[in-house]
Design a protein around this ligand. Sequence first.
Ligand code: CMP
Length: 830
Amino acid sequence: MTTIGLVVFGLVSLLALMSLLPPLAARLRLPYSVLLAVVGFSLGAIVSLRPDLAIPSPLLHDVIDALASIEISSEAFILIFLPSLLFEVAIAIDVRRLIDDIAPVLTLAVVAVVICALTVGIALGLASPYGLVACLLLGSIVATTDPAAVVGIFREVGVPKRLTTLVEGESLLNDAAAIAIFALLLEMLLSGGEGSIGGTIAKFLVSFGGGALAGFLMGRAACALFPFLGGWPQAEITLTIALAYLSFVVPEHYFHVSGVVACVTAGLVLGSTGKTRMRAHTFEQMEGVWGQLAFWANSLIFLLAAMFVPRIMEGTSLKEIGFILLVYLATLIARFVTVFVLLPLLTRAGLMQRINNRIKTVIVWGGLRGAVSLALALAVIENGAVPSSTRDFIATSVTGFVLMTLFINGMTLRPLVGFFRLNRLNPVARGVRDRAKLMTLTDVAGELSNIAQNEGIDREVADAALSSLEARLAVARARSHRGVELMAEEMVKVGLTVAAAYEVERCFSLLGGRIVDRRIAEMLLREAQHVREAVRAAGRKGYVAAAERGLGFGPALRFALWLQRNLRVERPLADALADRFEFLMMQRQVLSGLVPFARDRLQPLIGEESAGEIIRLTARRIEAVEGSLLALKLQYPAYAAALQRQYLGRIARQRESAAYQALAANLVVSGEVERELKAELEKHWTGLDERCKLDPELSAIDLVARVPIFRDLDIKRQQAIAHLLTPLLVLPDSPIVRRGDKGDAMYFIASGAVRVAVEPNGGSGVELGSGDFFGELALLTGHPRNADVRALGYCKLLALKARDFDRLLSHDAGLKARIEQVARERLNLG
Ligand code: CMP
């Protein structure tokens, strides 16, 4: 066989072996990585003993030869395997949660790596003759924790999701930080230990920050490309693979910033933004592909590294075993300090939730090291530029240490969790479990008796089957009543969490059906995710507060208003209003689906009372959304109608398309006919996805013509007046004039309504509407404003500045008289 032939043969033999390992690990109840290490170690031993072994089968002989021929260079290890490993974790992470907790995650990631590298580096530096830089390098290699074991257990145990994200995010970013530090230290080691501490820190920050920026930009660029690849899942998934590897290579090679950080950041961007840019099933498919790639990378790194172990460990001296033990001890102490000192400090600073000591202990003990540490160690072993004694030292210490964490911590983690009783469901989860069981068994019993009846199954047989079900049902019924009512508040929280998750789902399904375009879908998703987080953090209270906040006016709209008012730039305002309009309309659509969901799906699980509460809360939310929508509609009825038309069109398109798809799926029509029908459908609805343009209707001359006191003036005069007036839009419930302020302008209401709070404290005040004006008193009398004026809904106003007031009135005696008369009446009233 040729060399390449042998390598391929060796690799596929490994793949064949790998395919058997996950089920075997499950059967042996061993962590997968532990089994990999054992198998790899055994293979390594066989390969190195090969000449002395009598291998009966020539095929087996060749396989072992082939395995021996696999030599992967240090660069290949890093370049081939690391991007897959890191990118896969990054796309799966919940970025919103990560961003919410970015302070503790980053602190933990970076500070924990530094603590670990320093503890290990200094301890070994004192005990060994290899110099501080080499020891620190070793410290950075063993600082990368592998979260798989802890996260796996957390998922089973059901600790708060936030904690899982914290551990996962920490480990992802600490890989990035450790590798960035590793690269710097390696460079330092190779250059003979030059460079100041300050310089190294600055380099690290530039490398880390630059990498993050590069990864962000590349991730965004890839997401922007997806729409152009629409409908070709293979092309889209290929682009994600290119993104992972390009973001790893390009920033490092061309811009000299951290490729690892860039790769992780690009993965985070893709995981969060890509979901709305790709079709739903393409995203799932992509996750599958990445899961597969990461599985290969992880398994191969472990197997290949473990195969090295017999060679590395051959002739390990007592002293070297001492070093391994020292590394183990030092990392344990470093992790203990991080978790028991640093985390409480973060909690005290209000940056993260409190974690109980049992979970903290699990996090400390669960600091297994895995594929990344091994890959980095291999990178050093293979690096000819590093002195050979240092190479051996690093190789033995890291490998021995990784094996220790796997065998000692990995094998005892689960018993530890059991010992702390962390694997028990909490009472609320138990309540939900019991009710889920009750609901399901009831359905199954009903269905079973129907089937038995319809299909003529013997009575005795059916009765026997039913009675065994009945027995389980009786137990479930008894359990499901126990204590659940006591936890109504908790049940409402559970229900709200599920409802919020359903809300997110509905946003995706609206996007999938092209009922809503991507921009609005992203707004809806952001809102739904906020609500979900708020429920997690603060239950019902959090839900109500988040829902209210969601209806507030965001900074984008406020900035757009400012631009219109001060620079007369109208476009951003038109866009922001259009977005809000569509967002509200679609949000009502999303929420309206929650009521039947709570009634039909949640009620059996959380009880009538709690489901009723959720329906009430949802109804209140719908009411608030409708109120906001109505306010906009009053001001822009034509736009509302255009949006509704578009909405109905999109629904029609989606239903029609789904119907064709169903016909094809049921084999009633062929794929060809389906494509033809769909093409015709698309043609019919061309233009449906174009954005409806909103006219903010803020032209001064148009508004002047609508104000009664200007209406009868001739057009020339109207134009002159329009010149002096600034049109502006005011948001509902925002203040326009404040009592006690100096008067700088008066206002004519072109449309909308305001409330004048005449009495300082209380009183319902006076309402003014289209055609009325206010703010004239301060200009006429020179006194401060004598009342507060607030917008009731959206108002279009024409502002007349104080300096233009006299100019306008001096030209028009009738206008002057009218304003003065109204002012006199108001003063008399006051
Ligand atoms: P100014 O004092 O500049 O600011 C507050 C404004 O509220 C005031 O001008 C009037 O335009 C308006 N205002 C005050 N009192 C009344 C009232 N009784 N009825 C209607 N508008 C009023």
